[in-house]
Write a protein that binds this ligand. Structure first.
Ligand SMILES: NC(=O)c1ccc[n+]([C@@H]2O[C@H](COP(=O)([O-])OP(=O)(O)OC[C@H]3O[C@@H](n4cnc5c(N)ncnc54)[C@H](O)[C@@H]3O)[C@@H](O)[C@H]2O)c1
Ligand SMILES: CCCCC[C@H](O)/C=C/C=C\C/C=C\C/C=C\CCCC(=O)O
Length: 257
């Protein structure tokens, strides 16, 4: 399914998984607003994207997802420039067990802030045309990463928040689908920072290495493809897509009702 005529906002778009998602959405025909705090990486990516897709289909907005003011301004600018928003990927994330409050602030509060701001533009109840929101969690949102308890907590929270928002959206008639991306280990800057950023759990590096060997390293292209699948399959709402080197599947959660 082509995304021609669709407009997207991706946070943490300059590098790693966010960059791969951005490039795939562009390849499929969407216009994309790239939100990131890393101005240098964003500007060099924009040069590449301008050459490949022209200047009209991309927009870089310097935006820290920790700031309500910056997020609101960035979404407003994206909506004005492209004429509405159809797809939002709340992807920006950090891993740092030393500065764990920031990890909670970016990974969880940033996703909540991005989701609520997105709804202001996308909900059919507030004049939007509906759409889909994909929140990036992790395999660590489904099971424990022992060297990173706070990171694990934020990612479990993103899974829970997104599932609850999917149900709230259906019950309220927002016309917006919510799904979670749960990648395994991906070779990015965040992955490389594990040893320096595990804080009081740095002695558990070997245990992390064993998990990396168990789950393998997943390709960025497979992670981006999982996002595209959740964006384009209009039957998917409240789902979590697990994408590791060995498994690519929707998660089956226990049902208590
Ligand atoms: N790399 C992995 O193994 C892995 C696995 C599962 C999930 N994830 C998740 O995927 C997402 C992307 O991670 P990545 O591996 O691509 O990391 P990365 O470090 O390569 O890229 C993260 C991007 O987010 C941006 N960013 C960080 N803080 C920000 C903020 N406050 N506001 C706006 N932008 C901000 C960075 O500048 C960077 O461009 C994160 O949510 C991460 O937790 C990563
Ligand atoms: C080493 C760098 C840190 C990367 C963090 C990133 O988000 C990736 C995490 C990958 C794996 C988390 C580790 C363990 C999860 C444990 C169990 C998951 C069980 C899922 C299932 O079988 O359904």
């Amino acid at each position: 399914m082509s995304l021609n005529g669709k407009t997207a906002v991706v946070t943490g778009a300059a590098l790693g998984i966010g960059r791969a998602i951005t490039e795939l959405l562009l390849q499929q025909g969407a216009k994309v607003a790239l939100l990131d705090v890393n101005k240098t990486a964003s500007e060099s990516l924009m040069e590449v994207l301008h050459k490949q897709y022209g200047r009209e289909r991309t927009l870089f907005l310097n935006c820290d997802v920790e700031s309500e003011e910056q997020i609101k301004a960035a979404f407003q600018k994206a909506a004005e420039t492209f004429g509405g928003i159809d797809i939002v990927c709340n992807n920006a994330g950090v891993l740092n067990e030393d500065t764990w409050e920031k990890t909670v602030s970016v990974n969880l509060m940033g996703v909540i802030r991005g989701s609520y701001t997105a709804l202001e533009h996308m909900s059919k109840l507030s004049g939007g045309r509906g759409g889909v929101i994909i929140n990036t969690a992790s395999l660590a949102g489904l099971g424990p990463l022992p060297s990173c308890p706070v990171y694990t907590a934020t990612k479990h929270a993103v899974v829970g928040f997104t599932r609850a928002m999917a149900a709230a959206s259906t019950a309220s008639g927002y016309g917006v689908r919510f799904n979670t991306l749960c990648p395994g280990f991906v070779r990015t800057d965040l992955f490389s920072s594990i040893i320096s950023n595990s804080g009081r759990f740095s002695h558990l590096t070997d245990a992390t290495q064993q998990l990396v060997e168990h789950f393998g390293i997943v390709d960025l292209a497979d992670v981006a493809a999982a996002v595209l699948e959740m964006v384009t399959d209009e039957t998917k709402n409240g789902e979590a897509f697990l994408v590791s080197a060995k498994r690519k599947e929707y998660v089956r959660f226990a049902s208590f009702v």
